[in-house]
Ligand binder design. Structure first.
Ligand code: NIG
Ligand code: FE
Length: 413
């Protein structure tokens, strides 16, 4: 039973009872910061009181209470990473070197690298090995301020291996102290044996994988990689419809390398989010303007693959809500650190520190259906909370790219 009283906080960020559950347009610029504040937590991270120091009424019971003087430090809600591929068997630095030597990401995939490379390695890994390695990764993510994570399958590409990944995610959900959401991404690539038989693999997804996943309650969302050389718009639509029949909400990979109509089709299927969006056509923007879908950008992927960063500023102008996520995976984004993503979003996408922070917290939580409990600090909320070292300002955090400004993360016990 650990209770904590944090006093003299230089800036208590995004604490309030009337904060929005999603932000868009000009509101993306707004962040609530209480200066010279206090925050009281019970059982690790449950918020029981906060406010300006002048309103602090004292504490009756000092037993089991840790008092922290946060003079010069900021306190803020943990980040919400709404797009990751955290369960994988092996890293792929050999492909990184191939790209340095001149091959493109798409060329590497076409010669059997990429997702298929990860899938063949994952076939050989046991469920326990995958669980242990993913748990270590999540602990590293938590240490740099990630407080909720979505995790996709998609490196299985067979009935057994897709189920193996999702069972690992289910175990992580019940054993880790942070919120985890699970996404079925069987439609990540066509396995070699189905290269000329797309119908055969789609049949496997719809008639074998999905019913088993639903029966075991293994997924919250259904995802498809809609892209040339991967799944067409029609193929994606059929898979999303089948997923919805099993209660899975669509959340998809679209427009990473080309704009082929996937955004409109995903919105037609009531997708919670459309992710990547490095390429955006006028039609895509119009589709997003009309729906309630969250546009999720993955600047770590753009940076690592040297592809466009996506025109998030245009979407802010058009009042489309956006989130930022890591896309943590061994191929296109071997970086899980959302402090880095925050800096990249400011440096490369021209987002202000405030806009990017909203994309990583309030809107990241919304892109995982966690708006009620995550992305802000409210009485009764029990999601992780970040305490920084002494820093000059809120803006300093993304400015000082590469620095770990995090002193401590409070997590429920
Ligand atoms: O989101 N684009 C599709 N899937 C992943 C990368 C997959 C991989 O290269 O292993 C992504 O970038
Ligand atoms: Fe991804």
């Amino acid at each position: 039973m650990k209770n904590v009283f944090i006093k003299n906080i230089k800036g208590l960020v995004q604490a309030g009872e009337d904060l929005p559950s999603i932000v868009k347009g000009e509101a993306c610029e707004r962040i609530s910061i209480i200066e010279n504040a206090f925050l009281a937590l019970e059982n690790g991270s449950e918020v029981v009181a906060y406010g300006p120091m002048s309103e602090w009424e004292g504490i009756d019971d000092w037993r089991d209470l840790e008092v922290i003087d946060a003079d010069g430090c900021f306190v803020m809600p943990a980040f919400c990473d709404s797009h990751t591929h955290t369960v994988f068997a092996k890293t792929r630095e050999e492909e990184f070197v191939d790209r340095i030597r001149g091959l493109s990401y798409e060329e590497i995939a076409l010669k059997g690298g990429g997702i298929l490379n990860s899938a063949s390695k994952l076939q050989l890994a046991t469920e326990d090995e995958l669980y242990d390695s993913a748990k270590k990764r999540i602990e590293q993510m938590m240490a740099v301020g990630t407080g909720a994570i979505e995790i996709k399958s998609g490196y299985g590409l067979s009935v057994d291996s897709e189920l193996k990944i999702l069972r690992v995610v289910k175990r992580l959900k019940s054993s880790m102290p942070i919120a985890i959401k699970s996404t079925f991404l069987g439609a990540h690539a066509f396995p070699v044996e189905f290269k000329e038989n797309h119908e055969g693999y789609i049949d496997l997804i719809i008639n074998e994988m999905l019913p088993k996943i639903a029966e075991e309650g293994l997924a919250d969302y259904v995802d498809v990689f809609c892209e040339r050389n991967y799944f067409s718009v029609d193929e994606m639509t059929r898979i999303l419809i089948a997923g919805k029949k099993h209660g899975l909400i669509p959340k998809v990979h679209v427009n990473q390398f080309s704009s082929i109509g996937g955004i409109q089709a995903a919105i037609d299927q009531e997708a919670l989010s459309v992710d990547h969006l490095e390429e955006l056509s006028d039609e895509d923007v119009n589709a997003l303007k009309k729906g309630n879908c969250i546009a999720t950008f993955l600047p770590g992927c753009s940076h690592f693959l040297s592809i466009p960063f996506g025109d998030v500023k245009r979407l802010i102008k058009e009042n489309v809500p956006f989130a930022l996520a890591s896309d943590y995976n061994p191929g296109s984004t071997p970086c899980f650190n959302l402090l880095q993503i925050w800096s990249l979003a400011c440096i490369k996408m021209n987002l202000t520190p405030q806009q990017a922070f909203n994309g990583l917290t309030i809107n990241g939580a919304a892109a995982m259906g966690l708006s009620d409990s995550h992305g802000k600090i409210t009485i009764g909320s029990n999601s992780p909370i970040i305490l920084t070292h002494e820093i000059p300002s809120f803006e300093y955090i993304p400015y000082s790219f590469g620095e770990n400004v995090i002193q401590r993360v409070f997590i429920k016990e």
